[in-house]
Design a binder for this molecule. Sequence first.
Ligand SMILES: Nc1ncnc2c1ncn2[C@@H]1O[C@H](COP(=O)(O)OP(=O)(O)OP(=O)(O)O)[C@@H](O)[C@H]1O
Length: 342
Amino acid sequence: MGNLLEVNDLTIKFRTAKATSTAVRNVSFSLEAGETLCIVGESGSGKSITSLSLMGLLPENGEVSNGSIRLNGEELVGKTEEELRKIRGNEISMIFQEPMTALNPVFTVGYQIQEPLRIHKRMSKQEATVKSVELLKQVGIPNPKEKIHQYPHELSGGMRQRVMIAMALACEPSLLIADEPTTALDVTIQAQILDIMDDLKEEFGMGVVFVTHDMGVVAEIADRVMVMYAGDVIEVNDVQTLFEDPKHPYTKGLLGAVPNVDDETQEMKVIPGSMPSMEDDIPGCRFHPRCPMAMDICKEKKPALIDVGKENAAVRCWLQEVDTNADTTIAASGGFENVLSD
Ligand SMILES: Nc1ncnc2c1ncn2[C@@H]1O[C@H](COP(=O)(O)OP(=O)(O)OP(=O)(O)O)[C@@H](O)[C@H]1O
């Protein structure tokens, strides 16, 4: 069986007043049905732009300048807005950090969940009403028959987030894209919503692309993790291996000195220095100015993303290429342990 999602060599550029700059470079990844891929990295690494491009929702000054995005074998790059509208909300849905970007304040919750069902699934008003009550129940909203008559502003933040999830799941999409959907919520509500998403993923067999800063969330929900830095994929692996044996110094930095997949309180650590902007022309590895392990070659030549022994596992680092015992080298020299701050 083919992959649900195949992204190949995706490059995204932005036109700004000064120039055209590359925000995301040659990104490739795949996703199977029922799998959750977390995209992680500091602010500005290209996580959101990558996920928005999957929906054909790049800002007006941005474009996919190269590459391919295939959903169930169908190419999405180059589709017209009208073609994409048929796919959005039906085959692919998205949830955001701020539910009010998806919810319309002037329509009732019920109307907004029923709309995609009537458009994409051609349900009658009565069928869509029954389904919307069922969906609200599935996402843990009490008294769903009453709630469908309420407006978004009458609900709490956590309840609005659930409504947005219900809306996104209404048409049982094969791909759900979630961009920091629980970041603004308190931890208890966040945990409840992640649980609901996980249950619904199992039930519907969706693939999920989940963008987050929070390594605790990654540990809880990811099957695989893709780490991005300044527009490049720098490491990808299954969640257990990535937490137990991160290869790239940047990933080690994000995870801190003693990563533990079972530690749900783990926060992304602050790495000294800052991410370059997309306009900065940095020779070699774009991480080298911040890397405690940088060698001469890192300043001169960009490393390729190379496989690390199994399918869907790769790292972009000269240490990996020139020293097969790279992990021992990093561990022996202390890596980030001496420079990390919380
Ligand atoms: N409309 C835009 N015009 C120009 N550049 C943009 C635009 N939107 C994003 N960018 C640039 O694209 C790059 C990637 O941004 P993106 O929002 O994907 O990062 P991110 O990793 O998701 O960060 P955050 O966690 O802050 O959302 C950044 O350098 C950003 O400045």
